[in-house]
Design a protein around this ligand. Structure first.
Ligand SMILES: *Cc1c(COP(=O)(O)O)cnc(C)c1O
Length: 429
């Protein structure tokens, strides 16, 4: 059993000066109880906390550290860049270099613009879609998360749901009325909304593999059907690949499942652990953006040289070593099988969803295919599971609505250690 005393003391101090002691709500352990762990440093697949515990990390900064913490090519690139100055607010060559690489890796995009977070990327993508189509309404799916900007905080999955505010106060009725809610994996729900709002819908935004209500892969034909509906009704299809981009394949879900999006958003992996987001599309759409076109979007620190250096180092590794995606998938599959066998052995009711290196364990009896079925999971069992795993030195996300993010830094010995921990914890569930 691990001791987390110093973390608890640091949390008490943080709560005096930071709301809830955290700068992003899901870091608090509100839905599982207890105090969050304060991390001191990390290397590869391991976190080292302020109490001196080593934890195997299945969050990996919520996705970015797909090659592990303190990954040397990324760290070195940032150190070298830092010596040359940290921000200029002027164009730099590295912005073109990473843009060229991203455009080469991702299908169906000609141009990309860099911002500072996934939230900013999605917010800007929707503005661009509205400007391009001249229409106001957007369709999103219950349980999908696209960052915390107003238009998206309507049944937004993970963090928002964990805190029991599916629709955040502070979002005006005017904004909310332009966001129409469909059901994930349910094309009919989209058809109905389109029929009731003919000619008014600018875009459909979706996590093409959902990751913020657990991991929910799209049903066969669902994304294809969406593509067709969007084409028929002249609606832009936005793939929010903030989580899946550069994780499920070098070209994200567009490449993995062979489906074309009109606008794609990125975050997480694209920044190699520094604050980076991006949105991209074909020329016709991107040329609507200022300074070429009328849709305004800007950022003092956008394309920041340190962030670009980290992102470029990360994408270069993924580009040069495509076998990483296979390796990630095989490790995740091994973990999936190990956990499933162990939970079955102990008679624990569960459903495990997985695609590539995204996996989630639901203590739910039935298939988890949308937000409603994800919410059927037993949160009391999840809480016990979470704290049990933590006591064994395994760090998974402190919410039943989160995906586990597998890093290639995990060894098979780490995976076996994790499965052994599940074996201990399952006996207490
Ligand atoms: C994390 C996430 C976002 C928001 O990105 P931030 O960098 O946290 O603003 C948007 N969409 C998806 C799918 C995400 O997983």
């Amino acid at each position: 059993m691990k001791n987390y005393q110093r973390s608890s003391a640091l949390f008490a101090a943080a709560q005096q000066v930071i709301p809830g002691g955290v700068n992003s709500p899901v870091r608090a352990f509100k839905s599982v109880g207890g105090d969050p762990i304060f991390v001191k440093q990390a290397k590869g697949a391991y976190l080292y906390d302020e109490d001196g515990n080593r934890l195997i990390d299945y969050i990996n900064s919520w996705g970015p550290m797909v090659l592990g913490h303190a990954y040397e090519p990324v760290v070195d690139a940032v150190i070298e860049k830092t010596k040359l100055g940290t921000s200029f607010g002027m164009p730099t060559e590295i912005e073109t270099t990473i843009a060229e690489l991203a455009v080469a890796m991702v299908p169906n995009i000609d141009k990309i613009r860099f911002v500072n977070s996934g939230t900013e990327a999605c917010m800007s993508a929707v503005r661009l879609a509205r400007g391009f189509t001249g229409k106001d309404k957007i369709i999103k799916f219950a349980g999908c998360y696209h960052g915390h900007s107003d238009a998206f905080l309507i049944q937004a999955g993970s963090g928002a749901v964990t805190f029991g505010h599916p629709n955040s106060p502070g979002v005006t009725a005017g904004t909310a009325k332009d966001t129409l809610l469909a059901r994930y994996n349910d094309l009919d729900s989209v058809r109905e909304i389109i029929a009731a709002n003919t000619g008014e819908i600018a875009c459909v935004i979706i996590e093409p593999v959902a990751g913020n209500m657990g991991c929910i892969p799209p049903r066969t034909g669902f994304l294809e059907g969406l593509r067709e509906l969007c084409d028929t009704h002249k609606i832009l299809l936005i793939f929010d690949e903030v989580m899946t981009g550069f994780r499920l394949a070098a070209g994200g879900v567009q490449e993995l499942l062979g489906i074309r999006a009109d606008i794609v958003t990125f975050g997480k992996v694209i920044g190699g652990g520094l604050p980076v987001g991006a949105f991209a599309a074909r020329n016709e759409i991107m040329e609507y953006l200022a300074p070429l076109g009328p849709v305004y979007q800007a950022g003092t620190l956008s394309g920041n040289p340190l962030a670009m250096a980290a992102g470029l180092a990360m994408l270069t590794e993924l580009h040069n070593k495509p076998e990483i995606f296979k390796s990630l998938e095989e490790k995740t599959k091994y973990l999936h099988q190990g956990i499933a066998t162990t939970l079955e052995k102990h008679g624990v009711i569960h459903t495990i969803n997985r695609l590539g290196s995204m996996i989630s364990v639901h203590f739910a009896p039935d298939a988890v295919v949308d937000f409603e079925s994800s919410a059927q999971g037993n949160n009391e069992t999840f809480k016990k599971f979470f704290h049990g795993m933590l006591a064994q030195g395994i760090y998974i996300a402190p919410s039943a609505f989160e995906t586990w993010f597998i890093t290639d830094a995990l060894t098979y010995a780490d995976l076996d250690e994790t499965i052994a921990a599940v074996n201990v914890v399952a006996q207490t569930l």
